[in-house]
Design a protein. Structure first.
Length: 278
């Protein structure tokens, strides 16, 4: 963990990076990384920081509500756009690099605002993960202030705590809902709606924890952290399975449900040897 002095230094670097841009357009998804970046950029640049949220069936309703609440509460210069990537064949077919096509379209939309550099909440930890979207960012000159300032996820949480943004500092990671669907399974809005509903239900029972509903070729998988999963008795598991199966049938999806330990990126199946992106 960083000391208070180190956190203040990182904040100073980040603020200087943002002020030097004079104007910027920030893609905000509703997760802690882009939310904190948007908050700091608006604090530094006022209306010269344009905060843009792309609505999509792949974005959870909870994340969208969080963005709108912050935008109103902190008087951001805020815009919403509709992302149409989900209707494109290269997205729906769900290849291993699906995120490349999504981000390419998104950054193109954001660039049309012509409001300074497009920026994201990508941090140092993301560089070691499988993220094809980073290739799209590089191609379009998108900037990542956290990376420029050598800021990782743990530091982002410490910065949020420093500013007493308590509703952000412990926020679990929340990538797009399509990331829950196994590579090669075609994506549709019914699946995404089910994932959003089921994870919302599960978060009520497992607050402040990472929960995932994965759609796999052999059925639906509820992923929870190992210790949490180990603490569930047979009745609790059966009750949750029954509820998720009912939601799935309402969405037109008839598949068995099982539990498994949470594993980051476990829905991505294929050769991830090229790691510069998503």
């Amino acid at each position: 963990m960083n000391t208070d002095r180190e956190i203040l230094h990182k904040i100073s670097l980040l603020e200087a990076c943002l002020r030097a841009t004079e104007r910027c357009t920030i893609a905000v998804s509703g997760g802690i990384d882009s939310m904190l970046l948007s908050w700091i950029a608006s604090r530094c640049l006022g209306d010269n920081a344009l905060i843009v949220h792309a609505t999509s069936p792949a974005v959870s309703q909870k994340d969208g509500s969080r963005v709108r609440d912050y935008a109103a509460r902190w008087q951001w210069n805020y815009q919403e756009i509709v992302s149409d990537q989900i209707h494109q064949e290269m997205y729906q077919s769900n290849p291993l690099n699906r995120c490349y096509y999504c981000k390419s379209g998104l950054y193109c939309q954001l660039g049309k605002f012509n409001h300074g550099h497009v920026m994201t909440g990508t941090n140092m930890n993301d560089l070691g993960d499988f993220r094809p979207g980073l290739i799209a960012a590089q191609e379009q000159g998108v900037r990542h202030p956290y990376v420029e300032c050598q800021i990782d996820k743990a530091t982002i949480r410490q910065i949020a705590a420093h500013f007493r943004l308590v509703d952000l500092q412990d926020l679990p990671a929340s990538p797009c809902l399509s990331s829950r669907i196994e590579t090669g399974i075609r994506i549709n809005t019914a699946q995404l709606s089910l994932i959003d509903r089921a994870e919302s239900y599960l978060r009520q029972h497992f607050p402040e924890q990472t929960v995932r509903l994965r759609i796999r070729k052999d059925g639906l998988v509820v992923e929870l952290a190992g210790p949490t999963l180990d603490g569930l008795d047979a009745k609790n598991k059966a009750d949750h399975i029954t509820c998720v199966e009912s939601m799935a049938r309402e969405s037109g999806i008839d598949a068995p449900v099982r539990f498994a330990p949470y594993t980051q990126g476990s829905a991505f199946i294929g050769d991830k040897s090229v790691r510069a992106g998503q």
